[in-house]
Design a binder for this molecule. Structure first.
Ligand SMILES: NC(=O)c1ccc[n+]([C@@H]2O[C@H](COP(=O)([O-])OP(=O)(O)OC[C@H]3O[C@@H](n4cnc5c(N)ncnc54)[C@H](OP(=O)(O)O)[C@@H]3O)[C@@H](O)[C@H]2O)c1
Length: 348
């Protein structure tokens, strides 16, 4: 059996951090050695500092870990760091770790649009992993930074990939219904969101549009199809639901598009990575699915669920609904899958 790689989680006390810990605490390839968060939490046991727990809870031995500062010298026993830091602080902290030789897998948006940093959603663009070689040379780093996409873009691009491969894409329009956990903990005030929908999420539409093009193009060359996003916060807990409208390059029946999605496999499935869902896209035939409460844990939260694939006459293509778990597929789970991809490709 191969040696387990030692890892640490930055931002371990938040919502994505807790998801990371849950995924890593029984991981076959990685061993969680340390956790870090802000000065507020430093020196406390994780059980005292953690602000939110996943429904399955966290293992006792992990809850006993002492929360440290997100500094390379405090986390020396780790080789990989998973970052769930807020983007306002993540940028320079992640650079410091990469400069000190750590492999950094980040959820924060700080470096996503840097030219030499891949945004990796491994079923969609595993070939972008090679960008870290350019990054290391340019920045003279021993380590590197790999980001994963914004949660909405993660779900969207996974559903679009088989369509792009088989039929080509001219234009995408997406309208979202995004869960509360997407805003972190404590998120949106209950008095603002109960009995309500907030029709604006700061910066979200721009992120979805540009990250989708970066991921769905070649390394260093974004895709050129047109994309328009409208993003909205709704009072569900977990699971982003997205209504997607696609103009195709080559005409296809909805049943052909549904079949292309249902039979799709990416590099994580081919490499049999431990966190890879099989299948990555579940296509449902019922007219009232997917639903967040019923479908968000498909593939242990790593699969996306597609439904209502039908013709779009106005665009000349198809429209459908896609649902994905925002803090698993859209955040911590995607980062863990990225690290597994790097381990399998011997890039660590
Ligand atoms: N929620 C999602 O669906 C989602 C999806 C994709 C990406 N992301 C991204 O993932 C990151 C984490 O999101 P989240 O939802 O987990 O946020 P969160 O619940 O607010 O957690 C933030 C974490 O960062 C720590 N932190 C805050 N300020 C810090 C500082 N100055 N120095 C060091 N640590 C600091 C917090 O520690 P303390 O507890 O000590 O304050 C906490 O552990 C963000 O960049 C977010 O945009 C989130």
């Amino acid at each position: 059996m191969r040696r387990k790689l030692p890892v640490a989680v930055l931002g371990a006390t938040g919502m994505v951090g807790a998801r990371f810990i849950s995924l890593l605490s029984s991981h076959p390839w990685f061993e969680l050695k340390a956790v870090a968060a802000s000065e507020r939490s430093r020196g406390q046991r994780l059980r005292e500092a953690v602000r939110w727990l996943p429904p399955e809870g966290l293992p006792e031995e992990v809850l006993e870990l002492e929360v440290r500062s997100p500094k390379p010298r405090e986390l020396e026993e780790a080789e990989i760091v998973f970052s769930a830091l807020p983007s306002e602080v993540a940028g320079s902290i992640e650079e410091e770790f990469a400069g000190e030789g750590f492999a950094v897998f980040s959820n924060a948006s700080s470096h996503r649009m840097d030219e030499d940093v891949p945004i990796l959603n491994p079923e969609v663009n595993a070939d972008h992993a090679s960008m870290v070689e350019v990054q290391r040379k340019r920045r003279k780093w021993e380590g590197f930074i790999v980001t994963n996409p914004n949660c909405t873009a993660a779900v969207l691009t996974l559903s679009l990939k088989p369509i792009q491969e088989e039929f080509g894409i001219r234009r995408v329009i997406v309208s979202t219904m995004q869960a509360l956990s997407g805003a972190g903990y404590p998120g949106v005030s209950s008095l603002d969101i109960l009995d309500n929908v907030i029709p604006y999420i700061r910066g979200e539409e721009e992120k979805v549009e540009r990250e989708t093009l970066k991921m769905m193009g070649a390394p260093f060359k974004p895709a050129s199809f047109k994309i328009s996003a409208s993003c909205h916060r709704v009072p569900t807990l977990d699971g982003h639901l997205e209504a997607v409208f696609v103009e195709l390059e080559r005409q296809a029946k909805p049943s052909e598009v549904a079949e292309a999605m249902a039979s799709f496999e990416g590099e994580p499935q081919r490499l049999k990575l431990p966190t890879a869902p099989k299948p990555p896209i579940v296509v449902r035939g019922e007219e009232d699915r997917p639903q967040p409460r019923l479908d968000r844990m498909e593939g242990r939260g790593m699969a996306v669920v597609v439904g209502r694939v039908r013709e779009d006459r106005s665009l000349g293509g198809v429209k459908y609904l896609v649902l994905g778990h925002n803090t698993i597929r859209g955040a911590a789970g995607c980062s863990v899958l990225n690290a597994e991809l790097f381990a399998a490709l011997k890039l660590l």
